[in-house]
Design a protein around this ligand. Structure first.
Ligand SMILES: [Zn+2]
Length: 207
């Protein structure tokens, strides 16, 4: 057989127009390029000379087990209508944020520039230090303890994690952890459905 192989079939991977732009941190703005930025008031300065060396992964759904809508944005922006759902009553005076949130459809929103301290970890400790917010970047996945995460969420989390590791070289793979790892008495997220071995393998190859 001496069939000619069409050149198109020899190329590997999707055609260029189907690839999303590679995520990168803009060093000037301290934001991920090409993602939506909504400025949260729930942040402050990191301690002087404190290096960013950790990523904390969380899961959040508002109301619990419910995906979609704008309640997560509202909470992080300090604009949540706490009368909108009975489960929001306890959130009335809660002032929290994260640097990033990755929705079920893979959309990424950033709320706090990376050089600022977002308020995601609460009382916490890791590797001999307390106040993990001081030295970490907080990434929320829209999800819960009872439902698997979406494939596109892993893909976007890997892309974002790799961009962060390029921008902040002190972040090592062993310092990419879950909220439950740093506040085990209070927190379970990202929960039992988060596939850590697979995620860390993908991240190691992407960075
Ligand atoms: Zn959390």
């Amino acid at each position: 057989m001496s069939e000619q192989t069409p050149s198109a079939s020899r190329s590997s991977g999707p055609p260029p127009q189907m690839r999303l732009p590679r995520l990168e941190v803009d060093a000037q703005t301290q934001r991920l390029q090409d993602v939506t930025f909504l400025s949260s008031p729930h942040c402050d300065a990191r301690p002087v000379t404190m290096e960013i060396d950790t990523i904390v992964i969380h899961a959040i759904a508002l109301p619990p087990e419910t995906f979609g809508g704008s309640y997560i944005d509202d909470l992080f922006l300090g604009q949540l209508d706490c009368d909108a759902h009975p489960d929001f009553k306890g959130l009335r005076d809660v002032r929290v944020s994260a640097h990033l949130c990755i929705r079920r459809d893979g959309r990424i929103t950033q709320y706090v520039p990376f050089d600022q301290r977002a308020w995601h970890a609460g009382e916490s400790w890791f590797d001999g230090r307390t106040r993990v917010n001081d030295f970490s970047i907080g990434v929320e996945l829209e999800g819960s303890d009872t439902q698997p995460f979406e494939e596109i969420q892993y893909r976007r989390l890997v892309e974002a994690g790799a961009a962060l590791m390029r921008a902040y070289p002190a972040i090592e793979l062993s310092r990419v952890i879950g909220h439950a790892d740093i506040a085990p008495a209070r927190k379970t997220d990202p929960g039992p459905h988060f596939d850590w071995p697979r995620f860390l393998t993908l991240l190691e190859h992407a960075r």
